[in-house]
Design a protein around this ligand. Structure first.
Ligand SMILES: CC(C)(COP(=O)(O)OP(=O)(O)OC[C@H]1O[C@@H](n2cnc3c(N)ncnc32)[C@H](O)[C@@H]1OP(=O)(O)O)[C@@H](O)C(=O)NCCC(=O)NCCS
Length: 314
């Protein structure tokens, strides 16, 4: 088995592998776009386990800046781990993961993160490789009732420039830790990957002032919030109400990954917290130097300072 880089393998096989394993149609054109807009992608793009010209497995990684109490920490974020069913359980995904870790270490990167599901067989692979659970991923949902428009002084507008989102995120994330260093073209990057499309986005205004934004999707009468950021957390409730007035959904859902002060605002707005989930966001200390609670402390999890939403996941 050889380990090759994206540019050394057959693009058509990459496309078929991702379609088979994830239902993801990763065309050569999309790879080109991702490489152009996402500065987090390494030169090799992704790695492949190949036997007799046939791709068996894939592992991708990007490197992103995160903030810890000790300063900026560049970390790896693994994506696209898969093996074609006929080649499963021969150790090829594990070998690719090990090669990826070695490349990260060569670049002085200490931590590797990834998002997965505890219900997937991949969870065993990651545990075997030394990954441990880092933060929980929980869901919230609300059954919506009609709201009187006259009570709300916040408006929602979908047609807004990407810079407005970046400005609000910069204000919101001031003093927080974790995934707070987003590039200016963050939304363009997310759209380029597009495995989970953002079909609903917009800014909340009070008068002329921008007070928050939302990113998510709408499916019929369901509004799915992936990120709702207000620099003043206490504006969250009114922004949720403005969203309800705009779209009149029957249900709203939200995915929470970190800060409990945000979760509390959603609960004040009528969301129910669903405590159980199979979702997992994991970390591996590539140097094997620190205990998990030391790393969680460096990212301010106990102090409610760790910032991340599902939008940050690759
Ligand atoms: C997860 C996946 C990539 C594993 O690929 P693979 O090449 O078969 O994995 P490996 O042979 O390298 O297995 C390494 C370890 O992973 C775990 N593992 C892999 N397949 C497993 C299975 N079917 N059941 C339980 N554990 C499994 C085991 O711990 C295994 O070690 P072992 O064989 O010594 O017990 C593959 O099953 C896959 O593509 N799944 C579908 C896509 C997916 O869910 N990707 C992960 C997204 S987060």
């Amino acid at each position: 088995m050889r380990i090759l880089e994206y540019d050394e393998v057959d693009e058509q096989q990459v496309l078929e592998l991702n379609l088979t394993c994830f239902g993801w149609f990763l065309t050569p054109k999309q790879v080109k776009t991702i490489r152009k807009v996402d500065k987090h992608v390494p030169d090799y793009f992704s790695l492949y386990a190949v036997e007799k010209e046939e791709i068996l497995s894939q592992v991708g990684v990007v490197t992103v800046d995160t903030q810890t109490k000790h300063g900026v920490e560049e970390v790896g974020h693994i994506w696209g781990v898969c093996t074609k069913p006929s080649a499963a359980r021969k150790g090829s995904a594990k070998k690719l993961m090990e090669e990826t870790h070695a490349r990260l270490l060569t670049d002085d990167i200490k931590y590797s993160f990834l998002g997965t599901g505890k219900s997937l067989v991949a969870y065993n692979l990651y545990r075997q490789l030394g990954y441990v659970d880092f933060v929980d991923l929980n869901w919230g949902m609300k059954r919506c009732k009609p709201i009187k428009q006259s009570d709300i002084d916040v408006t929602f507008a979908s047609d807004t420039k990407d810079e407005s989102f970046a400005d609000l995120f910069t204000k919101y994330s001031n003093g927080l830790l974790g995934f707070v260093h987003r590039p200016k073209n963050f939304l363009q990057v997310r759209k380029a990957w597009s495995w989970m499309p953002i079909s609903m986005s917009g800014i909340f205004r009070k008068g002329k002032k921008h007070i928050g934004y939302v990113l998510g999707s709408r499916e019929g009468k369901v509004v799915r919030i992936r990120e709702l950021c207000c620099p003043r957390i206490e504006d969250t409730k009114r922004c949720i109400e403005a969203l309800e007035i705009k779209f009149k959904p029957k249900y709203m859902t939200v995915s929470w990954m970190s800060r409990s002060c945000i979760t509390k605002e959603f609960i004040k707005s009528g969301f129910k917290r669903i405590d159980e989930s199979w979702g997992a966001f994991m970390i591996k200390d590539l140097e094997g130097k620190h205990k998990i609670d030391q790393i969680q402390s460096a990212y301010g999890i106990e102090e409610d300072k760790f910032q991340m939403t599902t939008i940050d996941e690759y």
